[in-house]
Design a protein around this ligand. Structure first.
Ligand SMILES: C[S@@+](CC[C@H](N)C(=O)[O-])C[C@H]1O[C@@H](n2cnc3c(N)ncnc32)[C@H](O)[C@@H]1O
Length: 151
């Protein structure tokens, strides 16, 4: 199977008709996407807010390790419709599992992409997400990790 540099280059090859993307977790990859897409990035660490041309939603994590739900819900109510969702945050450990308790905040009718599913905990989160949303999961290789598309 073809190896992609990262999921960022894969997106433009694989998906058509996408102009706005919402991502959990911003970083260097965000910079690859901003020339071609209107990006909204949920970011928990103030030092990474504003580093790219994305529209940042600064949402600190709470004691569960996931984004503060109250702040996130308020900020998400201010953004337009998005056609792709990327799960690449919060950073560390089991923190992304918190997504599964907050699915009502997001558009579940669109494609979702989970990065780093080579890590057992992130594969588990993506797999549980696919069961809860009845989406079909496909795993792809990038240079140094794997990502999953859920349709
Ligand atoms: C895996 S990164 C997100 C990456 C982003 N979606 C991308 O592809 O560039 C997850 C979190 O790590 C933190 N982060 C971002 N850039 C970083 C860097 N250069 N070094 C360490 N942590 C970083 C941020 O808090 C971010 O939300």
């Amino acid at each position: 199977m073809k190896k992609h540099q990262s999921f960022h280059t894969f997106i433009s090859e694989y998906f058509e008709g996408i102009d706005t993307i919402l991502e959990l977790g911003s970083g260097e990859g965000t910079r690859i996407l901003t020339p071609n897409y209107t990006m909204y990035s949920v970011e928990e660490d103030i030092k990474f807010v504003g580093l790219t041309d994305s529209n940042y939603l600064y949402v600190p994590t709470d004691k569960t390790g996931w984004y503060d739900r109250v702040i996130l819900k308020r900020l998400l109510s201010t953004i337009p419709a998005y056609q792709l969702m990327i799960v690449d945050g919060p950073k560390g450990g089991r923190n992304r599992t918190g997504l599964l308790k907050n699915l009502d905040l997001f558009d579940l009718t669109i494609p979702w992409l989970f990065d780093e599913v080579n890590r057992p905990v992130d594969l588990e989160t993506a797999t549980n997400f696919s069961v809860l949303t009845n989406k079909h999961m496909m795993v792809f290789n990038s240079v140094d990790k794997q990502f999953a598309i859920l349709l």
